[in-house]
Design a protein around this ligand. Structure first.
Ligand code: AMP
Ligand code: ZN
Length: 461
């Protein structure tokens, strides 16, 4: 039985799909105006673990991840510049070129993190018609009104506005530092924004209300419902989306359809740096490629993320990452050894598998699941073939790519090879002390030797 923490109810609930045949998940994806940072990746790794846990539990999954390529303004409160237009101006490119470039960067990074690809990556700019249709319905039903700069959603008309954030209207108002202009209520938000000076923006479309572009929230209502239906199972995102983006998605969708929008809302906590949220708009932090350049494998970063429960904030520092990297390297080494071993031992599969499933099915407790994984790996009595099969099974959820872990080919400089050969000769002559001196010299030069039945194994120190 899989239990998930539903933000809507503020408690863990047993997951029951709407349709046994297929679970629908919608994850708020990247705004493609800049490289995704390690903070974004925490949210994507969480959504991936969720999807993998559902697959592990025998569900079929349809996963939709949207691509925001228009309408996300520099402030979440419908103010400021469109992030896409701003970057296009800065780089002297078209908004479309910017979107394509940074979408590629996102896809490349999630692949490096062994994140399973979504079934569909719908783009906001390719669903303008669907967004206009919902706004039109909201207008007909009396939820929308016109101001000097756009069409707005009247939050006072939606009975349970703010139910996800568990805030009452007064609290939501207090939290929203917005310029009112002609808006009726602080919490009202843009469904459609008019182009201030037509022809100046790169991305603008004709609509029943005039030339303009969609507000940020409407894309997620339009695209999730198009691909998953008006009522679907799971919606994910970072916890920053609870009070505004997801609150508004619910208001729009439920007002338009008259149905419950989503059954389970799941949110991941932030990646922080020195206690502050890592964000793209403030320059981000590292990207996955940056980390690679510093010698951290992408999967070591995935492992680092798994060590903290998704609902807990994770403070990023290279020192914290170093500790995870060391353990991940030890795991990799031990799995490579295991792949060569033929130890006939006990079959402890059932015991560990039960423990692992208990952890994962308890609201995706990855830190506990990783502990069980390591416990099984370090169990000397465990039959090596059965152990490897179990670790690969657990990896269906953890995604550390156990099946493809390979010896890394490292190029050994000629002077080091000469020392290795000299040491081998000394060892054959049983001159152990001299051989150890040579090993130390090799270590000083940055290489480690491990003696295996197949001969010396060389690693970077
Ligand atoms: P964006 O590309 O800014 O639209 O964000 C994409 C996803 O990353 C959203 O689900 C955000 O909630 C999430 N996100 C943004 N910053 C962070 C952070 N520092 N830690 C964790 N998740 C984040
Ligand atoms: Zn969204």
């Amino acid at each position: 039985m899989l239990k998930l923490y539903n933000t809507l109810k503020r408690k863990k609930e047993e997951f029951k799909p709407i349709d046994e045949k297929e679970v629908g998940i919608y994850s708020c994806g990247p705004t493609v105006y800049w490289y995704p940072h390690v903070g974004n990746m925490k949210a994507y790794v969480f959504a991936d673990v969720l999807k993998r846990a559902l697959l592990y539990n025998g569900f079929k999954v349809k996963h939709v991840v949207n691509v925001t390529d228009v309408g996300h303004l520099t402030s979440d409160a419908d103010e400021g510049e469109d992030k896409m237009e701003k970057e296009a101006k800065k780089e002297g490119k078209t908004a479309k070129e910017i979107a394509e470039f940074y979408l590629k960067a996102y896809l490349s990074d999630i692949k490096k993190l062994n994140i399973l690809p979504a079934d569909i990556y719908p783009k906001a700019t390719e669903h303008i018609k669907e967004q206009i249709e919902i706004i039109h319905t909201l207008e007909k039903k009396g939820y929308a009104y016109r101001t000097d700069d756009g069409i707005y959603y009247d939050t006072s008309k939606f009975k349970n506005y703010g139910k996800l954030a568990k805030l009452n209207k007064e609290e939501l108002k207090a939290g929203a530092r917005v310029e009112m202009r002609e808006k009726k209520h602080n919490t009202d938000f843009a469904l459609w924004k008019f182009s201030e000076s037509p022809g100046k923006r790169q991305q603008e479309w004709e609509s029943p209300w005039g030339l303009g572009f969609p507000g940020w929230h409407i894309e997620c209502s339009a695209m999730s419902m198009k691909y998953l239906g008006e009522h679907f199972d799971i919606h994910t995102g970072g916890e920053d989306h609870i009070p505004v983006h997801h609150t508004n998605e619910i208001a729009q969708s439920e007002a338009a359809t008259g149905k419950k929008f989503v059954n389970y809302w799941l949110h991941s906590a932030f990646l922080t740096f020195k206690g502050e949220k890592v964000s793209k708009s403030t320059g981000g932090l590292y990207t996955i490629s940056d980390l690679e350049g510093l010698g951290y494998k992408s999967l070591a970063y995935r492992y680092f993320v798994l060590l903290t429960h998704y609902r807990k904030p994770l403070d990023f520092s290279l020192t914290n990452l170093d500790a995870a990297k060391t353990t991940f390297e030890r795991i990799t080494r031990k799995i490579l050894e295991l792949k060569k071993e033929h130890h006939k031992g006990k079959d402890s599969t059932a015991k560990y598998q039960k423990e692992f499933e208990k952890a994962i099915n308890d609201d995706l407790n990855t830190p506990k699941a990783v502990q069980v994984f390591i416990k099984a790996l370090d169990d000397f009595d465990f039959d090596s073939k059965k152990k490897l099969a179990l670790l690969e099974k657990m990896d269906e959820v953890l995604g550390l790519d156990v099946a493809n872990m390979k010896e890394e080919k490292i190029s050994v400089p000629r002077d080091i090879q000469t020392l290795i050969d000299a040491r081998e000769k000394l060892r054959k002559e049983k001159k152990w002390a001299d051989a150890d001196v040579v090993r130390e010299r090799i270590k000083e030069k940055g290489f480690l030797i491990k003696d295996t039945p197949q001969g010396p194994h060389i690693e970077k120190a």
